[in-house]
Design a protein around this ligand. Sequence first.
Ligand SMILES: Nc1nc2c(ncn2[C@@H]2O[C@H](COP(=O)(O)OP(=O)(O)OP(=O)(O)O)[C@@H](O)[C@H]2O)c(=O)[nH]1
Length: 535
Amino acid sequence: MTCHKRYKIQKKVREHHRKLRKEAKKRGRKKPRKDPGVPNNAPFKEALLREAELRKQRLEELKQQQKLDRQKEQDKKRRLETDPAVELCNIEPVKEEFGQCKAKKAKSSKQNPKRLYCQELKKVIEASDVVLEVLDARDPLGCRCPQVEEAIVKGGQKKLVLVLNKSDLVPKENLENWLSYLTKELPTVVFKASTNLKDKGKRIKVKKKAAPFKSEVCVGKEGLWKLLGGFQETYGKAIHVGVIGFPNVGKSSIINSLKQERICNVGVSMGLTRYMQVVPLDKQITIIDSPSFIVSPLNSAIALALRSPASIEVVKPMEAASTILSHADARQVVLKFTVPDFKNSLEFFTSFAQRRGLHQKGGSPNVEGAAKLLWSEWTGASLGYFCHPPTSWTPPHFNESIVTDMKRGFNLEELEKNNAHSIQAIRGPRLASSILFQSSGLTNGVIEEKDIPEELPKQKERKQEERGDYEDVNTDQECVDEEGDEKSSDMFPEEEACEALPEDSQSDKQSAPSFILDKMTEEEDDAYDFSTDYV
Ligand SMILES: Nc1nc2c(ncn2[C@@H]2O[C@H](COP(=O)(O)OP(=O)(O)OP(=O)(O)O)[C@@H](O)[C@H]2O)c(=O)[nH]1
């Protein structure tokens, strides 16, 4: 920050305080006077002090009593909620916005969130006839969870379908390779969710003449509808379709795209969906959103960094971002983020922070902020990177009979045609401008509640603190997301820097102080908005 600007801010702060003092004076409200206590020469001072002490004690006791009463009341309520009749609300279609059952929320507020996620996920699987496992096309294998897949196919009653989402973020050739790799095992749908939908009730009107903005278009919707519709016809009755997957793969976005309205909560924060949500698509098909899978702590560092729901797991941003960086092609990273060559991750984060205008007080680069930004971009909605599918066809973890069973009832020829059509319609990044990433393969998940260790209170506190920290970055990101999170990954660095700013700064780019110092003009410098920028 320039000295000129700093002094200007200080002056404004002084003026502001002066104004407040003046207004307070006008209103006649003065500072409360300090209690001078009982003077030493007062008669009966000792007795007065004792009396005051007693009054204080009585007040404390009263407060304690009220607290106990409140606790008793809450216990009573909780007991009422454990009544099975309340449980029924779990499977009822959503009635309120983002459909979270309030009773359920209250009940589970004190439960270990990982257990809650497992419970909800199990409920979704149990209630579903077809399960859509959503995979991030940038690392499809890393988004598959063998434990959950096995739980689905175990009974032989349910169908498992893979949905290759975020396919706009990988090169076309790569997408084709992954499709042919995955379809050998399970029916796979190529999808690109629409990320710019209006809230529930406000349907999008697609004008006939005006071509919709590239980022608003959903691709693969027809294919998925037809696949589910065809299956429902052969099945002969109404079906429930569960949508599952690791955090941020786009489960809720897919449901919103199918429904064409923003019915499920969507955002860059990992682990945003905490409860199952039932959304009727039509009379015959009901879709169920679910919270993400819980990652097993035995996974590799890269799997933990990319697949841990930040809302319930603690992953240190610096460690996570460094691990991600070590798995990416350094040359392509340098080109993509337009930073100089780097020897280690710290060097990269320093240049990245400078490039994106992330500075701490005093002007030093905000390395931690840069790490958080890279981490959230890697799991977010705009950065293009890709992994190669295994070169040879490795035997699936399902045997032949399960594979044929999973494909039965679906019109696979039609699906193939629709996928080819989707691939044509998606305009992904070029292979040369995308970052090559080394996947660590399948990610192990925890599906049984008993496998989740109980958290110690101290651990819990630490997690909450760190989560708060992470959410700071993500709320910023979310704001951007809502503005139109599908910015091309080939955007200019200045635009990308703006992406990391809070919504206010985004919406008022002209007046907000720019984070990019070398681009800061005198006009922007003068435009310090005291009402929004001074905290
Ligand atoms: N570019 C792109 N972004 C997508 C696509 N689908 C989803 N996203 C973005 O990915 C982010 C995560 O999407 P969500 O739908 O919240 O993902 P989720 O799996 O429900 O996430 P959790 O609720 O955290 O488990 C959001 O910012 C979406 O806008 C897609 O097809 N392409």
